[in-house]
Design a protein around this ligand. Structure first.
Ligand code: ZN
Length: 134
C-alpha cells in the first residue's frame, strides 16, 4: 500500500503563500529549497502524517509556471513514499501506467522522485518518492 508523503500545490508567489499557509495550518514552514533541475522554489509544512509542498516557478517557462498558466494556482501533484522506487516504477509500468521519467531523479527534501503521467491516473499527477540514503 502506498503511503501519502506530501501534497504539492502550485503557487505564483511563495512570499505571499508561505504566510498564508502558516496561518491556515497554524504551523511554521520548516524548510525552503530550490530544485534547479525542476526550476522550482519549494516550501514545506508538516501537517500530521503528511506534508504540504508549495511550488513556485523560478522562471516564466518552467513546468509550474506553465501549469498555472493553464489551470491557475492549486493542487499540482500527490506524492507517495516508497521504499524501493525502482521496484515500484517497474510494478506500475507493468500495470500499464506511464512514467514521465524512466530513471528516478533528484527532487526536493532529499528524495529521489518519479512522476506518473496524469493521463493514466484520472488527471492526477502522481509522484513517487524515496528518501535518499546518505
Ligand atoms: Zn512533490
Amino acid at each position: 500500500m502506498l503511503q501519502p508523503e506530501h501534497i504539492g500545490i502550485a503557487v505564483k508567489n511563495l512570499s505571499i503563500s508561505v504566510p498564508l499557509f502558516e496561518k491556515l495550518l497554524n504551523s511554521q514552514c520548516y524548510k525552503t529549497e530550490t530544485v534547479q533541475s525542476e526550476q522550482v522554489n519549494t516550501a514545506f509544512f508538516k501537517t500530521g502524517q503528511t506534508k504540504i509542498e508549495l511550488l513556485e516557478s523560478t522562471n516564466t517557462d518552467g513546468v509550474i509556471a506553465k501549469f498555472i498558466d493553464r489551470k491557475g494556482e492549486g493542487i499540482h501533484h500527490i506524492a507517495f513514499e516508497v521504499t524501493d522506487i525502482l521496484a515500484e516504477m517497474k510494478r506500475l509500468q507493468e500495470e500499464g501506467f506511464v512514467l514521465l521519467n524512466e530513471t528516478p531523479k533528484d527532487g526536493a527534501d532529499n528524495k529521489l522522485v518519479c512522476f506518473l503521467h496524469p493521463k493514466g491516473t484520472n488527471g492526477v499527477l502522481i509522484e513517487l518518492c524515496q528518501e535518499k540514503t546518505q
